[in-house]
Design a protein around this ligand. Structure first.
Ligand code: 5GP
Ligand code: MN
Length: 341
């Protein structure tokens, strides 16, 4: 649902005078979450607001080149300072997620906050917690929406190279480098405009994709060795145990994109990766699909998660072996859907 003219008018009025603003991405933020929150942050500073980005927790090193990234507070390690900012905020922007529980331990503080809440997000089935909702599941990324949001406020000319770099990074990562079906000609036009305004596309790509550690590559080798194919369900999946993660000195973000190797197999339209997380006693699951098979629905039905039609996440409280057995036992009920694609 795009924003109404009336909403834009009200938000414009609201932002006319300096406000205390908090901007929040989802837990385990990705390129789109960090790019959109920082992009919006830079924009709000130009209007003399007092803005802060508070992430629920840390994020991968390959996102730590973004302008002013070091100003982002982490709720899990800076709780007191973060709670003070949330409690005194006039406005809270929630970006790149559709339900407050996606912020983990921040949920409580956010739901108690009396600030005006503005959601900008492209995930399916958004909760109705926000005062103003800019929610559009057809958008490639929240970064594309932040660009539109600034444009709707009549401020496109305020988009400088810092804002452009952040927004370009999020569009690039959430579209799988402009390859997913959610990428439209408009996405490309916006990306082009961001390059004109100072985003260095080649350098951004390099920072995100060509900064791998040797250990990450070895972990990828391990993941590919563990890859299993279930041709009758056109499904492939990868497992990584905590022991394997430890062996290759796992760091946050190291498994980003691994699931796509499973999906890249010929004739495979459904892919999953199951990653053991001993600290939280869960198996974190990433699901991907091609075409109409909805991993959002699949995750909601079986793994307490959600996301988009072709990319979703979830978790399991069983151990790794039982989680896989459970996953395989669910597949027969989707056999027709998976083979009709
Ligand atoms: P990823 O598999 O890359 O972690 O996430 C894929 C998509 O699903 C992202 O848009 C992400 O925000 C969403 N997602 C990941 N994990 C969860 C989850 O546990 N619950 C919900 N609702 N969405 C998730
Ligand atoms: Mn996103």
């Amino acid at each position: 649902m795009p924003m109404t003219k009336d909403d834009i008018k009200k938000i414009k009025q609201l932002l006319k005078t300096p406000k205390q603003i908090v901007i929040v991405p989802h837990k385990n933020p990705d390129g789109d979450a960090i790019g959109s929150t920082l992009g919006l942050y830079h924009y709000l500073l130009k209007h003399n607001h007092k803005a802060s980005v508070i992430a629920p927790n840390d994020y991968p090193d390959f996102l730590k080149w973004m302008p002013e990234e070091s100003k982002i507070l982490k709720y899990d390690s800076q709780k007191e300072q973060s709670d003070n900012l949330i409690n005194t905020a006039d406005i809270v922007f929630t970006l790149d997620f559709n339900a407050l529980n996606r912020t983990g331990d921040m949920e409580d503080a956010l739901s108690k906050s009396e600030a005006i809440k503005i959601m900008i997000d492209h995930h399916q089935q958004p909760d109705a917690y926000a005062t103003y909702m800019y929610s559009d599941v057809n958008m490639s990324s929240t970064c594309e929406m932040v660009y539109n949001f600034i444009d709707m406020l009549g401020d496109k000319d305020l988009i400088d190279s810092d804002i452009s770099s952040c927004l370009y990074a999020g569009i690039m990562t959430d579209t799988g480098s402009f390859r997913f079906p959610s990428t439209t000609s408009n996405t490309h036009r916006i990306a082009g405009d961001l390059i004109d305004r100072g985003a260095n596309h080649s350098e951004i790509h390099n920072q995100i994709f060509d900064t791998n550690s040797y250990e990450r590559m070895q972990l990828l080798g391990c993941a590919l060795t563990n890859l299993k194919v279930l041709p009758e369900y056109r499904t492939a999946y990868i497992t990584l145990s905590q022991e394997e993660l430890n062996q290759f000195n796992f760091r946050k973000g190291d498994t980003e994109g691994f699931v796509n190797y499973a999906l890249s197999l010929n004739n495979i339209i459904f892919a999953a990766i199951f990653i053991e997380d001993s600290q939280n006693n869960i198996i974190k699951i990433s699901l991907r699909s091609k075409g109409h098979f909805s991993v959002n629905e699949f995750s909601r039905a079986h793994f307490g998660g959600g996301g988009h039609t072709n990319a979703a996440g979830g978790k399991s409280d069983l151990n790794l072996k039982s989680t896989i057995e459970n996953f395989i036992s669910i597949l027969p009920s989707y056999k027709i859907a998976l083979n009709n694609e």
